[in-house]
Design a protein around this ligand. Structure first.
Ligand SMILES: Cc1ncc(COP(=O)(O)O)c(C=O)c1O
Length: 372
């Protein structure tokens, strides 16, 4: 059996090595390292894939979120509702703009923002809701858009973990990130569509927001050395764009491979009473395969798997409202019981496009051996 890793980027690269190497060489030969044809072509190809008019690439997913919030005009003191159980970037950017993250608890089955709670968090200062499509599964966009329309709020979708996922919205299947006013994604190497370093993108249907996002990402300049507002330097390298152009046509196949691995885990772990399996809908892209260990043995299971040479990860060990970074918001233990409970119960198993049946069989058997 091949050694088990959390994310096997090497085998994924080997399968498309010739195309990737040629793309990298093409950029080096052109010496067009910043902006240029590769970046423009990638933005257009991603826009076509998502069926959305505007894609603005940038340096990483955190910048994509920050630029999206700025494009929406989020000001100091504005409140943005965001789940407490997510990667820090989702809430960090709100704080960095001087706005206020207003945390919400999550649904115990989907790990996504608990939409039943959102309405009670809306105040006269609320400007936006930021659903995070966690672990590859879309948040309940029907309910979120309904609330946003009712209260005149913006919706920023954090699609970092779910690029390529499909959400049901108004009876139609829409790509994650194409429903809200603006969306941000990441091309961090382990994401559904990962580059060979950092990268990110913003997408929107709104031409004005797209224009603003493009300005902000480029030092506030439409024309070189003429600055309409203070912006940032946030660009996707041409090398990363060229790599992403090779990988984008494989995205659906990569998602299918993740889904197939998830279905095999599901089958092999279905009988284990002390765990709850992730929800299985055809639209889940399984950026992570995350179990809930209900018998208090999450940490000992993790050690046991480590001894069996099976890496695992805890996403996330501390919900954001209990992180020192947000202590100034004065939340306390007990504020969000579901997220707090799950932070002690979740464990993510190896999940990537190159897992084979033997590896999944061994991982599932090890989980079963320990928990039965
Ligand atoms: C939910 C979520 N949002 C935002 C980000 C930020 O992306 P990046 O690491 O590219 O800045 C990540 C990355 O892990 C993420 O998982």
């Amino acid at each position: 059996m091949r050694p088990i890793v959390m994310v096997d980027l090497h085998s994924q690269y080997m399968a498309i090595k010739n195309d990737i190497d040629a793309a990298i060489q093409r950029v080096i030969d052109s010496t067009q390292f910043i902006k240029g044809q590769e970046v423009e072509a990638f933005e257009q190809e991603l826009a076509d894939y998502l069926n959305i008019p505007h894609v603005i690439s940038c340096a990483n997913g955190t910048d994509a979120l920050m630029i999206s919030l700025r494009a929406l005009g989020i000001q100091p003191g504005d409140e943005v509702i965001v789940p407490t159980f997510t990667f820090i970037a989702s809430a960090e950017v709100i704080t960095l703009l001087g706005a206020v993250p207003v945390f919400a608890d999550i649904d115990p089955d989907t790990f996504n923002i608990d939409t039943r709670q959102v309405e009670s968090l809306i105040t006269p200062r609320t400007r936006a809701i930021m659903p995070v499509h966690l672990f590859g599964l879309c948040a309940d966009m029907e309910k979120i858009m309904h609330l946003a329309q009712k209260h005149n709020l913006y919706v920023i979708e954090d699609v970092a973990q779910a690029l390529g996922a499909t959400c049901n919205y108004n009876g139609k299947a829409c790509k994650a990130g194409t429903i809200g006013h603006i969306a941000a994604t990441s091309f961090f190497p382990s994401k559904n569509l990962g580059c060979f370093g950092d990268g990110g993108a913003i997408f929107t249907r709104d031409a004005t927001l797209a224009y603003k996002a493009r300005l902000i990402a480029n030092h506030g300049a439409e024309k070189k050395y003429y600055h309409l507002m203070p912006g940032v330097n946030s660009r996707l390298d041409a090398l990363q764009a060229a790599i992403l152009r090779v990988k984008l046509p494989h995205l659906d196949e990569y998602i299918s491979k993740r889904q197939a691995a998830a279905m095999q885990y599901h089958k092999l772990l279905a009988e284990v009473k002390s765990i709850q399996l992730p929800v299985s809908t055809p639209s889940h892209t399984f950026n992570q395969y995350t179990l809930i260990v209900k018998n208090g043995q999450r940490n000992t299971l993790q050690h046991y798997l480590q001894e069996k040479k099976i890496p695992t990860a805890i996403y996330y060990p501390v919900p954001l409202h209990l992180q020192p970074a947000f202590s100034y918001l004065k939340y306390s233990e007990g504020s969000f019981p579901v997220a707090e409970r799950l932070s002690h119960q979740v464990i993510s198993l190896p999940m990537h496009t190159e897992l084979d049946e033997e590896q999944i069989g061994y991982i599932a058997k090890s989980v079963r051996d320990f928990l039965f």
